[in-house]
Design a protein around this ligand. Structure first.
Ligand code: SF4
Length: 162
């Protein structure tokens, strides 16, 4: 099974969200949020922005391959583990395909913050663990709905709790 950066992001946000998304159960709002992220990325970094598709893994917002740096823009207000897992997978995918990528910078325009994720042996192991965890979640039954702070921002909230 091919995985995407979004899959690894959802794994860390909520395994149930990953399961619903990968089983084709998608709320329109989920698409709206993705579109919002695209629009925000375009507005915030229109000069540098140059999207680069990387196979099934996803789309880089822009990259400087001379320095081995990739960039991702997030519309969320707070840095999170899911965002880091997503770009770590992009670094994994590129390096596994012979393209040097040393680090990823995640931009949070709303907070005017950035987070940097380095590519190293530990990152490699983390991605391998994440891929195994995705496989385990998707092979099983739907995970139980467990209330967490993120739920109020999640497109699946009504489906989970009403
Ligand atoms: S509403 Fe909460 S429990 Fe349901 S999928 Fe979203 S994050 Fe997970």
């Amino acid at each position: 099974m091919e995985y995407t950066g979004t899959d690894l992001n959802y794994l860390h946000v909520c395994p149930r969200k990953l399961w619903l998304f990968r089983h084709g159960i998608r709320q329109e709002r989920e698409n709206d949020l993705v579109q919002l992220g695209v629009l925000l990325g375009e507005q915030s970094f229109s000069r540098e922005k140059k999207e680069i598709a990387i196979g099934e893994a996803g789309v880089l917002d822009w990259a400087d391959f001379k320095d081995g740096v990739i960039h991702e823009t997030k519309h969320g207000k707070a840095p999170g583990e899911g965002d880091e897992a997503q770009v770590r997978y992009y670094l994994f995918y590129l390096n596994m395909h012979g393209i040097r990528a040393n680090r990823a910078v995640i931009h949070y325009p709303k907070k005017r913050e950035t987070t940097t994720v380095e590519w190293n042996e530990n990152s490699f192991r983390q991605v391998e663990e994440d891929l195994q965890a995705c496989k385990t979640v998707l092979a099983g039954p739907i995970p139980a709905a467990t209330r967490r702070p993120y739920c109020r921002h999640c497109a699946y909230e009504e489906m989970c709790f009403i």
